[in-house]
Design a protein around this ligand. Structure first.
Ligand SMILES: Cc1ncc(COP(=O)(O)O)c(C=O)c1O
Length: 445
């Protein structure tokens, strides 16, 4: 049996052999682009593959390697790559124009469909990204409640707004006790006042939320939470967690925000809100709703959303015709009910296949997932919040990921905090290819 170090060395050698053009491109982009990449996520060792084309469930890189893609751009491409209905709709829209600077009718149809899926949406504002959607939610909640403080979940990622870039992935030395977590800024550049106004609670821990609410009477504008914590693998809420959160916030006049940027329209047509049957006051959406075009949305109760009319909040590219056309086609023509049944079935096959392989090879790993999304976590302990996620073996995750790529499968987004997604264009064959690759890779982990 090879040592861990020898195996990783072999995996990296193979990767380099497969991807010489990517290596050359990375050498050229390094220095000109921070980290050598365009800016959507950090790069990884030794360098990323540069992609030429996406099609259906597959990606083709500049060296001619084909991959079955389960990253799908961090969950954006629930419709898969270049869905024919979407391509046709976008080509058609190009004939009409990409920006008008005046309203256009299709925005109404896209908004109606989001309101149909998410009962909380009386009113919706379209934006361009998840960061914008969560920024809107926080600003509107503060305006409405006329209070400054918010509570966010430790380890949760909600985009780059200053108020939310707190305790994104704090070191445990800085994080303080679990019963009273510190607010730890994600790097420099966030003001003391901002840090002070973002309070932090661990996921799946109602006790800390209750304490924060009691210790800060009439000071908290909002609680923002991902109903399924998605940036520490996939961590489902424990029984009753969301319902109790709903009750506490309702009783204390605190705006409850569900950040459904990753779960919305994915784990069910109406996202986690529908899946768990708990309705927030505001919801932020992005990623999958745009079918691959930049689009986000913040929607919710009309009395809170009315704050936009009082003092205005705008964005030049908001509701641009191309993204709105993509949203409308994605939600009404592609993500139909039968597609949810299909991805749920494929998701179950992938999860149980992983479970069997982990057991057969006695890997120190677990899998967690819901419907089309899931992931492997290289730890034997249950993962139910950020602190338990920190025990995940990051080096092992790296080795697994690169070895899977060598087998022609991008198994999930890169990084131990990430997860896989199955698109509506994935087939049973794609799932079997993924499992066969994992079977091979697991022998050496
Ligand atoms: C839950 C969640 N909220 C917000 C964001 C920010 O979205 P964007 O990268 O589109 O700004 C992300 C991005 O991954 C996310 O996962």
């Amino acid at each position: 049996m090879m040592s861990e170090k020898q195996h990783l060395k072999k995996v990296v050698e193979q990767y380099r052999k497969n991807t010489p053009k990517s290596s050359k491109l990375f050498d050229e982009t390094t220095g000109l682009l921070p980290g050598g990449i365009g800016g959507s996520a950090p790069s990884f060792d030794p360098y990323p593959m540069f992609i030429k084309k996406g099609d259906g469930s597959k990606l083709l890189d500049v060296d001619g390697n084909e991959y079955v893609d389960f990253n799908l751009c961090w969950g954006v491409l629930f419709v898969g790559h270049r869905h024919p209905k979407l391509m046709k709709g976008l080509q058609d829209q190009l004939e009409y124009g990409t920006m008008f600077g005046l309203p256009h009718a299709e925005t109404l149809e896209a908004a109606k469909e989001l309101a149909r899926r998410f009962p909380v949406i009386d009113t919706v504002r379209f934006v361009n990204s998840g960061s914008e959607a969560t920024s809107y939610a926080i600003r509107l909640a503060r305006r409405y409640a006329q209070k400054d403080k918010i509570i966010k979940i430790e380890g949760a990622y909600h985009g780059i707004a200053d108020s939310l870039h707190i305790s994104k992935r704090p070191s445990l030395e800085l994080a303080g006790p679990e019963s009273q977590p510190n607010s730890v800024p994600y790097g420099k550049g966030i003001t003391e006042n901002t840090i002070k106004n973002t309070l932090v609670a661990p996921f799946n821990n109602i006790g800390v939320i209750e304490k924060l609410v009691n210790d800060n009477p009439n000071e908290i504008a909002a609680v923002i939470v991902e109903p399924v914590m998605m940036n520490s693998g996939v961590i489902p809420p424990q029984d009753g967690y969301l319902r109790t959160l709903r009750k506490i916030t309702e009783d204390s006049d605190i705006v409850l925000i569900f950040d459904e940027v990753k779960t919305g329209v994915k784990i069910a047509p109406g996202g986690a809100t529908e899946y768990f049957g708990v309705t927030p006051d505001l919801v932020s959406l992005a990623k999958a709703i745009g079918g691959g075009l930049p689009l986000g949305a913040c929607g919710g109760k009309k009395e809170i959303m009315a704050e936009i009319d009082k003092e205005g909040l705008f964005g030049t590219f908001s509701a641009n015709p191309l993204s709105i056309r993509a949203c409308k086609i994605t939600l009404t023509d592609i993500l139909t009910d039968s597609k949810y049944d299909k991805v749920e079935r494929l998701g179950k096959t992938l999860l149980s296949g992983y479970q069997d392989i982990i057991e057969d090879n006695q890997l120190g790993a677990i899998v967690q997932g819901i419907n089309a999304t899931g992931g492997i976590l290289f730890t034997e302990d249950p993962v139910n919040n950020y602190r338990s996620w920190t025990k995940v073996n990051k080096a092992k995750t790296h080795e697994y990921w690169l070895a899977m790529v060598n087998e022609g499968v991008i198994p999930m987004a890169y990084g131990a905090e990430e997860e896989w997604l199955i698109s509506v264009q994935h087939s049973e064959d794609d799932i079997q290819k993924h499992l066969e690759a994992f079977k091979e890779v697991a022998l050496h982990l």
